[in-house]
Design a binder for this molecule. Structure first.
Ligand code: HGY
Ligand code: MN
Ligand code: MN
Length: 405
């Protein structure tokens, strides 16, 4: 049984038009009008595939294909929201390969013991609303529903209000449910598979992730008459901290990554000394204890930067996900499918977070990676060749058949 490459490619092209950027990337922020249109398109395709479609309280969409027995479903999921000027493969590829797997089961009139469900999780990217993976986080019982509803974007708009506005505030409780296994096909977003000429990554787990929000409060003042000796410049403390964050991984572990991606300066004009800076810190490592050590180093660097410039600070570690190993049975099913297809694969750890990370807390979970050209992602250059997508989608189909019986 093989997926229909042509049909998959057509759906990819069509869905990719929703939120497409001039340079061929994707800007489809969670709960935006583009996200709504993509959700509506996916719901229509799911209905056309005969799936029973439902929406939960976090707006996640589920399409269930019945099994022959009343058993917990095998769920294939990912997300359709993107980062600003992101790519068309991150998230979108996973939901479309899952749809194609179901369409293939329908073509072949295949009957599985367990039902097979397609899941589309809300706000995986954490680009518009923090933290990332918020809907699977609520479902896994790691994030309170009210806290998720109260998450606000940079314009102060509430997640809960946006769910209502686009018509995806669903009735179904967003709580753990019986799931036989969760599978997510995703792009690697790193260079390894391509470097080694492999089409498929059998993902063994996801690294530990910590997000912090850091606010420096200095003294806003006039850039002209204020002598240097009496300044308390919030941006100077922030600049020192950006360099300190960059230096942390080398002091902790070769696998560690640390990133300052967001820097909001106010009042952010030429002729005023910045009184306030808000910045993000993203730290990841395969070992939880290394992340904890890095956060302690961050704390020290922030204290020094604030003290030397005489500014105040607030450092909030607001999101932490532990190293998440995937379930051996699911990893085995993925590896078995790749092997029986004869595709070149390797076992691999994910440096990016995914909904599978939270799903692993409530059911056996696993992932399938396909290569990213030059390892690039979260950018308009994101690309995966169709041959690799075909191998990945067939691996997904094989793993689902194995797990659903
Ligand atoms: O942050 C991540 O790793 C994912 O792209 N949300
Ligand atoms: Mn993703
Ligand atoms: Mn992403």
């Amino acid at each position: 049984m093989r997926i229909d490459r042509q049909r998959l490619e057509e759906s990819f092209t069509q869905l990719g038009k929703i939120g497409e950027t001039l340079r061929g990337g994707l800007t489809r922020l969670a709960l935006s009008d583009e996200d709504k249109r993509a959700r509506d398109q996916m719901a229509a395709w799911m209905k056309a595939a005969g799936l029973r479609v439902s929406v939960d309280q976090m707006g996640s969409i589920f399409g269930e294909r019945p099994g022959t027995e009343p058993l917990p479903p095998v769920m294939m999921g990912s997300h359709v929201d993107s980062v600003p000027t992101g790519g068309k493969y991150d998230g979108q590829l996973g939901v479309l390969c899952a749809l194609e797997a179901i369409r293939t089961l329908n073509d072949q009139r295949a009957r599985t013991r367990h039902p097979v469900t397609l899941a589309i999780f809300t706000n995986e990217e954490g680009a518009r609303f923090q933290p990332a993976m918020i809907a699977s986080g609520v479902m896994a019982g790691k994030i309170a529903l009210e806290d998720a509803y109260n998450a606000r974007d940079k314009d102060g708009i509430r997640l809960g209000d946006e769910l209502e506005r686009i018509g995806y505030l669903g009735p179904d409780p967003c709580v753990p449910r019986p799931i036989r296994a969760y599978l997510e096909l995703h792009i690697e977003q790193g260079p390894r598979l391509e470097e080694e000429g492999r089409s498929v990554g059998v993902v063994e787990g996801i690294v530990a992730i910590a997000w912090s929000r850091l606010t420096f409060t200095g003294v806003q003042d006039h850039a002209g008459p204020t002598p240097m000796r009496i300044r308390h410049d919030a941006l100077l403390a922030a600049a020192g901290t950006v360099r300190a964050v960059r230096a942390i991984p080398a002091r902790v572990s070769p696998e560690m990554v640390a990133t300052v991606g967001r820097l909001d300066v106010s009042p952010n004009i030429t002729n005023a000394i910045p009184g306030r800076v808000v910045m993000s810190v993203d730290i990841r490592d395969p070992k939880d204890e290394n992340v904890t050590r890095a956060l302690a180093l961050l704390e020290g660097a922030v204290k020094d930067a604030a003290a030397s410039e005489g500014v105040g600070y607030e450092l909030e570690h607001y999101w932490r996900v532990p190293l998440t190993p995937f379930h051996p049975e699911v990893v085995g099913a993925v590896e078995g499918a790749a092997r029986s297809l004869g595709v070149r694969y390797r076992r691999i750890l994910s440096g990016a977070g995914h909904d599978a990370q939270y799903m692993a807390a409530i059911c056996p979970a696993g992932m399938i990676f396909v290569p990213s050209r030059n390892g690039r992602s979260h950018c308009e250059e994101e690309f995966t060749p169709m041959d690799d997508i075909e191998h990945g989608a067939n691996t997904l189909l094989g793993a689902v058949l194995e797990l659903a019986g």
